[in-house]
Design a protein around this ligand. Structure first.
Ligand code: ZN
Length: 110
């Protein structure tokens, strides 16, 4: 089952944050990755596919050792944010910037 695979992958990782996340994955009551994955088991809409891709991307980052780091600035993503959004790719600051960029029709910033 996907949830267990995610948990095993996270447990293999040395990162304390990933280990903490593994504990959360085990707790199906939790509104984080566990809920996300339970939802994925129940439906296969495009939105869920996107979420699945987010999960897979997060796992790829765990394997690469970049999990928990902001893709944009490279700074560690705060633990609270990872707890709330286990698949977060960016720190809050960069996420806000990203959303602003999208909101303004993604004008290239070169
Ligand atoms: Zn950032």
């Amino acid at each position: 089952m996907l949830r267990e695979e995610v948990r095993q992958d996270l447990l293999k990782c040395d990162d304390d944050r990933a280990a903490g996340l593994a504990d959360r994955v085990r707790d199906v009551e939790d509104e984080s990755l566990a809920t996300l994955i339970v939802d994925l088991d129940l439906a296969d809409t495009d939105r869920d596919l996107e979420e699945l891709q987010d999960v897979e991307a997060a796992l790829a980052r765990v394997r690469e050792g970049t999990y928990g780091r902001c893709m944009r600035c490279g700074e560690p993503v705060p633990f609270e944010r990872l707890n709330a959004y286990p698949t977060a790719k960016r720190c809050r600051t960069c996420q806000v910037l990203q959303e602003k960029t999208f909101a303004s029709k993604a004008v290239p910033t070169l």
